[in-house]
Design a protein around this ligand. Structure first.
Ligand SMILES: [Zn+2]
Length: 206
């Protein structure tokens, strides 16, 4: 690791039940982006993503109640992409369903449907405006991270309580009855992106 002290500076993960995670975060003042303090937060978000083997980490998960997150953008390279003050401009009505997890909801996975096509805009880590379109699991991931900025955790998106299971149970899903917990769920993919060079022994989460 480039900076051995970075781990010591990384705040602990906020988890489900902390009321602060369940409230909307404030927009980032764009003038703040170039500051050393803000860039340090971006650096620690990237570090948290790598250390925990995640696909995305939102600022509120580290106790910073500001509207930004980092996500792994597969676009070929699996590069880490920051989104500051993101907005979802359009979201298709058709849903795509994945099993998803979250660093802030340790030990659980849920079967969640989210828009399969979205158009988004926001700012990058330099404060430059960016617009993108995402489909399928990239759209799913973006919406999960975006939800953190509005104080929404994936259990709040679960439409049937039976759609939430332990990670251990999900690993044994081939033993489930065919239609458990709902038709199609047993065969649905677990949304994850393997980094090009995964950290040893870690399982990607959200
Ligand atoms: Zn999450």
């Amino acid at each position: 690791m480039a900076d051995p002290k970075a781990n010591e500076r990384m705040p602990p993960l906020e988890t489900l039940g902390d009321p602060r995670l369940a409230r909307p975060s404030a927009p980032v003042d764009l003038a703040e982006i170039p500051s050393a303090a803000f860039q340090e937060r971006l650096s620690l978000l990237r570090l948290a993503l790598e250390v925990h083997g995640a696909n995305g980490v939102a600022a509120p998960q580290l106790g910073w109640f500001q509207r930004h997150f980092v996500m792994r953008d597969p676009g070929g390279s699996g590069a880490l992409v920051h989104w500051v003050n993101p907005e979802i401009v359009t979201a298709g009505e058709e849903l795509v369903w994945y099993w998803e997890g979250c660093l802030s909801v340790p030990g659980y996975k849920a079967y969640v449907g989210r828009s399969t096509a979205i158009a988004v805009r926001g700012y990058d880590e330099r404060g430059e405006p960016v617009g993108r379109e995402f489909t399928d699991w990239e759209a799913h991931l973006f919406q999960h991270e975006f939800d953190h900025l509005d104080g929404i955790l994936f259990p709040y998106r679960v439409v049937d309580p039976r759609h939430m299971v332990t990670a251990e149970a999900l690993e044994r899903r081939e033993e489930w009855p065919p239609d458990w917990p709902t038709p199609g769920a047993r065969e649905a993919p677990i949304r994850q992106i393997r980094p090009a060079d995964p950290p040893g022994g870690l399982t990607p989460k959200d």
